[in-house]
Design a protein around this ligand. Structure first.
Ligand SMILES: Nc1ncnc2c1ncn2[C@@H]1O[C@H](COP(=O)(O)OP(=O)(O)OP(=O)(O)O)[C@@H](O)[C@H]1O
Ligand SMILES: N[C@@H](CCO)C(=O)O
Length: 286
């Protein structure tokens, strides 16, 4: 059995902790069979190979009596780079328990479990459902709604350095001034309305108008402004910080992708740039 989970790009500008989209990088979790101890084979650097691996801890939190397994993980989602690697591991763990214990979890139940673990649904919900998702928690439970998917590609600029979500969250203020909070919320509300009504001229302006997190994180990722400026000169639609960064996502018309990528290379940035498209399936068995 192989479980496949897509990467996800959260926030899309003003949708802090509530909007995310599944994109075409994947974690594949193969179940090789029962084992004396939990064993996780992977080539993902320092991540644990035993029962402390996040995939296993998640699976055991769903089904504590799950017998140990020998697992193999292959993933092209870069870890701590703002493309939802932790969410891919959590979603893989939920699905592992679901399959091995035949729990028959609904998609909504998977979103609830994974969001409780991650704390917000912006990465786990698209990783489960596929596509573009808006969600939050209310009275301790999570709701996630699927928005229409826009017909564009992404140029993901992936810097050579990593940035832990915890560190990027530490850069945020504890409080926002009341009038600033009202304006930030109005931007986010109108952004969501523009997505659901497919008013993309408005959506892409608002995607670059976040007031909740990008102003506080831009010093950590100087490439955000550099690429945003390149995008304006080379026909890109909008650029935002993917999740907690440091990946910078640019939405591009499919026929303008090549020229935008060339402009980023010519800009002398030392990260890599990867063409991504939305994933519509979410977690699935392959
Ligand atoms: N394939 C994996 N298997 C097990 N654990 C993983 C895996 N990928 C990521 N993790 C865990 O998630 C942590 C990284 O989470 P973090 O939230 O900092 O980054 P991210 O999820 O890549 O970024 P973002 O949440 O901004 O999209 C790793 O340190 C590790 O503990
Ligand atoms: N919404 C989250 C995504 C990363 O978990 C953030 O920006 O911190």
């Amino acid at each position: 059995m192989i479980i496949q989970v897509p990467a996800s790009s959260a926030n899309l500008g003003p949708g802090f902790d509530s909007i995310g989209i599944a994109v075409s990088l994947y974690l594949k979790l193969e179940v090789l069979g029962p084992s004396d101890n939990w064993q996780v084979d992977h080539q993902l650097g320092k991540l644990p190979h035993d029962e402390t691996n996040m995939i296993v801890t998640t699976a055991l939190s769903v089904a504590s009596d799950l017998p140990p397994q020998h697992l193999r993980v292959v993933s092209d989602i870069p870890v701590t780079h703002g493309l939802g690697s932790s969410s891919s591991a959590i979603v893989a763990g939920v699905e592992l328990a679901n399959q091995l214990k035949e729990l028959h979890l609904s998609k909504e139940e998977k979103v609830e479990i994974a969001s409780q673990i991650e704390g917000h649904p912006d990465n786990v919900a698209p990783a489960i459902l596929g596509g573009l998702v808006v969600g939050t928690h209310i009275n301790g439970h999570f709701a996630a709604l699927e928005a229409p998917l826009f017909p564009y590609d992404f140029a993901a600029y992936i810097p050579p350095y990593s940035l832990k979500t915890a560190d990027a969250r530490a850069a945020l203020p504890y409080q926002l001034d009341y009038s600033q909070a009202v304006h930030a919320s109005a931007i986010a509300n109108t952004f969501v309305a523009s997505l659901f009504t497919k008013n993309y001229d408005v959506a892409f302006k608002l995607m670059e108008a976040d007031r909740f997190h990008e102003p506080y994180r831009k010093e950590l990722v100087p490439e955000l402004n550099q690429i945003r400026e390149l995008g304006k000169k080379h026909g890109a639609l909008a650029t935002y910080l993917s999740g907690a960064g440091p990946t910078v996502m640019t939405v591009v018309d499919r026929d303008k992708y090549e020229s935008f990528e060339q402009a980023v290379h010519a800009g002398g940035l030392d990260g890599k740039i990867v063409r991504l498209h939305p994933d519509v399936d979410g977690v699935k068995l392959i």
